[in-house]
Design a binder for this molecule. Structure first.
Ligand code: GLU
Length: 277
């Protein structure tokens, strides 16, 4: 291993060692395989790695997408509906299927999960924020894994987050987590949109989010099933970095992605808050 790589490894190892409480967001395109089927073997693999973190005494909160995708699968809807009420119906059907899988996967590893569905207004009311926080803290104290999603079935425009990237950053702030991991279907942040350009380079480390970075992301294509693209991921990262936390964007379909992030391997993109570390 070259000196530069060795230094990068040591730096990442130093950063990840400090992570005691982490929010892991699993995107729709990770959870569903083409054809919108929930990829249960992938969910199991991610679950296994999350349990490993729990066994090590870390606190893990999952923010899951995939409810709408799973609902579409069950209902046989091939194309993502445009009408809000149809999206909400799909989410309502899919959310329970999603939870059934999480419940089974974690149960097998000896952990319970707790479903927490949130809307934006909860974060805007001091009392409701406090209630949400105490529920999450109680779950974590009892080693129960909170599985959060937006309450899509009832969220209308004014109280919607719109996508779970922003929701996960708000959860990081709420529970005072140390890190946010966004698992998606690309390897991390590229210097150009990988879907439109053949020659792109993965950016392995980002310190702070500049306007230039945001503009690269804005030129990218929207994702297949989920609602958040790179812009919302970088917006979420910007929020997390402003709190002095670290962030990662990595490919949730890569085998052992979570384990490898926590062993300091150079995968995905690491986001550092700058001089605070
Ligand atoms: N809450 C939506 C779902 O579970 C996903 C939102 C997003 O794509 O980030 O299907």
């Amino acid at each position: 291993m070259g000196i530069k790589q060795d230094m990068e490894l040591k730096k990442r190892q130093k950063v990840v060692k400090k992570i005691k409480k982490v929010v892991i967001k699993i995107g729709t395109n990770v959870l569903t395989s083409p054809g919108h089927y929930l990829d249960t073997s992938l969910m199991e693999h991610l679950g296994q790695q999350i349990c490993q973190l729990m066994d090590e005494g870390k606190k893990v909160v999952i923010v899951t997408s995939g409810a709408i995708g799973a609902g579409m699968q069950i209902l046989g809807w091939k194309k993502r509906p445009k009408k809000m009420e149809k999206l909400q119906a799909a989410a309502s059907v899919g959310q329970s299927r999603l939870m059934r899988f999480y419940e089974r996967i974690f149960r097998e590893e000896g952990y319970n999960v707790g479903q927490v569905l949130l809307t934006r207004d909860i974060f805007e009311s001091k009392q409701r924020r406090k209630n949400a926080l105490s529920t999450l803290e109680t779950l974590l104290t009892h080693k129960i894994i909170p599985v959060i999603n937006e309450n899509d079935a009832v969220a209308f425009e004014e109280i919607r987050f719109g996508d779970n990237d922003i929701l996960s950053a708000m959860v990081v702030e709420l529970i005072d987590a140390d890190a946010l991991i966004l698992l998606t279907d690309v390897d991390g942040l590229y210097d150009a949109d990988p879907k439109n350009n053949g020659k792109v380079k993965l950016i392995s480390e980002v310190t702070g989010i500049s306007e230039k970075l945001l503009s690269i992301a804005k030129s990218g294509s929207p994702s297949r099933l989920g609602s958040g693209g790179m812009v919302s991921k970088l917006t979420a990262m910007k929020k997390v970095l402003s709190m002095g936390c670290v962030g990662f964007i990595a490919n949730g379909r890569r085998p052992w992605v979570i384990r490898d992030i926590f062993s300091g391997k150079k995968i995905g993109t690491i986001f550092l808050p700058g001089e605070k570390l």
